[in-house]
Design a protein around this ligand. Structure first.
Ligand code: FAD
Length: 251
């Protein structure tokens, strides 16, 4: 019998659900061929092969909790002219078989025993690995304060909206700050909610106030510019380089 290594060797996973989460993002649940332990924040490489042999490969973060090693959930945004994301949005359906390998990534991960105050900052689908971290923290029931700052375009683009709202209502140690880069309809009743604004230094200062102190660690995930700007703010307020963990998804 040949032993396979899920990180190095391509595996076949089966699509067990497809859910339209927002107008631009679909959630795909994939059953793994064998239980595969992963850490919150890790990603998998996905590979498509056309009938003529042409192959495309992209990375996608796991949004599901590491507490279930039998499956992973991926949150894939449809990118204009995007090769892989368009394929997933247009063609992938229940029962399809998808080639992947992983989990991959070590620096942008949250270990299960990390239960200190945490600042999570996500832009768009950068929320995928971050919600995996939140889901893990919920399952270990830590009381350490956690702030999630989430930036997205409009109300319709708020990923995992019900789950986040519910968590912020139920868990007094969890603070949700949503900022829309465009204007809001006023539909969402929320304490810490901004419109026509991007995450800036005053917003970060107010997150630090919510935490009570500079956090033990921050995780930032999103586009390159987003990650860079916010990472610099966090270094400016005195966080150590190694405590500011970043993952960049694209331009
Ligand atoms: C570690 C890691 C984890 C990732 N996790 C996720 C995830 O959870 N969900 C997710 O949706 N994506 C994620 N991505 C991005 C993903 O790998 C692809 O880059 C993305 O889906 C676009 O691929 P595509 O083939 O559709 O577009 P391509 O055909 O590669 O690109 C088409 C055009 O879109 C631009 N572009 C590429 N990526 C982006 C982007 N992210 N935003 C805006 N423009 C872009 C390109 O510059 C190009 O002009 C992750 C990337 C990395 C490196």
């Amino acid at each position: 019998m040949v032993n396979t290594d899920p990180v190095r060797d391509w595996q076949i996973a089966t699509v067990t659900s497809v859910h339209v989460e927002t107008p631009r993002v679909k959630l795909f649940r994939l059953e793994l061929p064998a239980n595969t332990r992963f850490r919150a924040g890790q990603y998998f490489d996905v590979r498509l092969t056309a009938p003529d042999g042409y192959q495309a490969q992209r990375s996608y973060s796991v949004s599901s909790s590491p507490s279930d090693p039998s499956m992973i959930e991926l949150a894939i945004e449809l990118i204009s002219d995007g090769e892989m994301s368009a394929y997933f949005h247009e063609f992938v359906e229940l029962g399809d078989q998808i080639e992947l390998r992983g989990p991959i990534g070590g620096h942008f991960t949250l270990s299960q025993n990390f239960i200190q105050p945490l600042l999570l900052i996500a832009g768009g689908t950068g929320l995928a690995p971050v919600i995996s971290m939140l889901r893990q923290r919920q399952s270990v029931e830590t009381t350490a304060p956690t702030v999630l700052m989430f930036s997205t375009r409009t109300e319709a683009d708020i990923l995992f909206r019900e789950e986040l709202m519910q968590l912020s209502e139920q868990d007094t140690n969890f603070h949700l700050v949503i900022t829309l880069t465009r204007s809001a309809s006023g539909e969402i009743p929320m304490e810490t909610y901004f419109e026509n604004r991007r995450i800036d230094r005053p917003m970060i200062d107010s997150a630090i106030n919510l935490l009570g102190n500079v956090p033990a660690r921050a995780y930032i995930c999103g586009g390159s510019g987003f990650v860079e700007t916010i990472g610099n703010h966090l270094l400016d307020i005195g966080m150590r380089h190694d405590d500011v963990r970043t993952e960049r998804f694209g331009p």
